[in-house]
Design a protein around this ligand. Structure first.
Ligand code: BGC
Length: 255
């Protein structure tokens, strides 16, 4: 069983085929996110990437916005308005002829790294700030923490997004990431917090203290596998686009 895992980001769209055990079966491919990032342009980019990935049986997509039942709710870092109500899972299913599941990008990334015990939290740092909450490994979808007010009249995302890092420099940006982590520590009392996303690499040397780990951005793609295998992600069952009898979601492997 091979899963084509696609991650739609504000700057790049990435794809990789993952085998049943989570091992990469192809080279990760990346294309720049088209501008303007309309549904049609992004669709063509995904189809182009998919065509270069050889054989796969099903498709997982991490999308940078609210996703419900495979339908896009928001996409603030793409060409937003046009995306509202876009049935991405259905369109891809039709185009690729494979079962497709779509969920929030940070949500998918977290599925690749959480341990499955207690309250775990994922923050992704890239074009925007993504957030995922997991209770005993079960993903709580579409919490848009990035757009909540944080400090100085700015939202979390406005404080630590890539555009802000480019403006204030990496040193000051790192300080702000520490502030975000400490705020989340006191808000969620997490068992573990994972920091991923394209800018996580700028934090590799950083010490965020207990219960905080910086993870590889590739986890964002591998999480796509668990979008299919994690029965605890019951809220995602609605996203199932598998024709009757074709899928077999089992119990999640506890790691
Ligand atoms: C979006 C989130 C997304 C994050 C990272 C935010 O602007 O609202 O849904 O997870 O960017 O891509």
């Amino acid at each position: 069983m091979r899963t084509l895992c696609v991650d739609v980001g504000g700057a790049g769209i990435k794809a990789l085929v993952v085998g049943a055990g989570g091992e990469a079966r192809t080279e990760r491919a990346r294309v720049p996110t088209p501008r303007p990032a309309t549904p049609e342009a992004v669709l063509q980019a995904i189809l182009g990437l998919a065509a270069g990935q050889g054989h796969y049986d099903r498709v997982s997509v991490g999308f940078p916005g609210v996703v419900e039942d495979g339908v896009i709710g928001t996409a603030v870092n793409l060409d937003g308005e046009e995306w509202v109500g876009y049935p991405l899972a259905d369109v891809l299913h039709r185009e690729l002829g494979r079962p497709v599941r779509v969920a929030n990008d940070a949500g998918v990334q977290g599925l690749g790294v959480v341990q499955g015990h207690g309250t775990e939290v994922v923050v992704t740092l890239g074009t925007g700030m993504g957030f995922g909450l997991y209770i005993d490994g079960r993903y709580v979808p579409n919490i848009e923490l990035g757009h909540h007010p944080f400090r100085k009249g700015q939202s979390y995302e406005e404080r630590v997004c890539e555009a802000e890092r480019a403006k204030i420099g990496t040193k000051r940006w790192r300080k702000r990431v520490h502030q975000v982590v400490e705020q989340l520590r006191h808000t969620f009392n997490f068992r573990e917090l994972y920091i991923g996303g394209g800018n996580a690499r700028l934090l590799a040397e950083e010490d965020f203290g207990e219960r905080v780990r910086v993870v590889d951005n590739v986890a964002g793609l591998i999480g796509g596998l668990r979008l299919w295998s994690d029965a605890d992600v019951s809220t995602l069952d609605d996203l199932d686009r598998v024709p009757a009898g074709a899928g077999s979601p089992g119990r999640p492997a506890r790691r």
